[in-house]
Design a binder for this molecule. Structure first.
Ligand SMILES: [Zn+2]
Ligand SMILES: [Zn+2]
Length: 155
């Protein structure tokens, strides 16, 4: 899977299938995207390879108070991925809309559903949680093992 910013200056490739994809309805994501929710595919940062250009990182306030480090194109400033303090730098939250084929990463869970906009209808066949959740409760075993390995490698 490959992705890029809007001007095309930054291109990247994912070297593996993402671990799990969040559809986040928190008010922070709503504000940052200017939309109803954010779609983030979680993957080991070590599996993200830059094909061209370089990102610039912008620290943005986050709900935890610890900040979110967003990697953006230095020219068009489009956000490509980010790291949250809670998961560490070893895990990248890929902005699914920046992938060439975003349909390849449908949501696995809806989070912060308590603040979803009233006209958004959640599908009955996917888990939805009011806020966040314990990864082990919803992630497939193989993805959880990969996650633990990435956390162990990067601290
Ligand atoms: Zn760009
Ligand atoms: Zn959010």
């Amino acid at each position: 899977m490959e992705g890029r910013c809007t001007c095309g200056g930054v291109r990247y490739r994912l070297g593996a299938k993402p671990l799990f994809t969040h559809c986040c309805h928190c008010t922070w994501c709503q504000r940052e995207t200017g939309s109803a929710f954010a779609l983030n595919a979680l993957i080991e940062t070590s599996k993200v390879t830059l094909l061209s250009g370089a990102t610039e990182t912008v620290t943005t306030p986050s709900a935890s108070g610890k900040g979110q480090e967003i990697h953006r194109c230095p020219d068009c400033r489009v956000a490509l991925w980010s790291h949250y303090a809670g998961m560490g730098k070893g895990i990248a939250f890929i902005r699914v809309g920046s992938l060439e084929e975003p349909a390849g990463c449908p949501p696995d869970i809806h989070i912060f559903a308590e603040s979803k906009l009233p006209w958004v209808q959640l599908p009955p066949d996917l888990p939805a949680v009011p806020e966040f959740y314990r990864l082990r409760d919803h992630w497939p075993e193989a993805a959880y093992v990969r996650f633990k390995a990435a956390r162990a490698a990067t601290g």
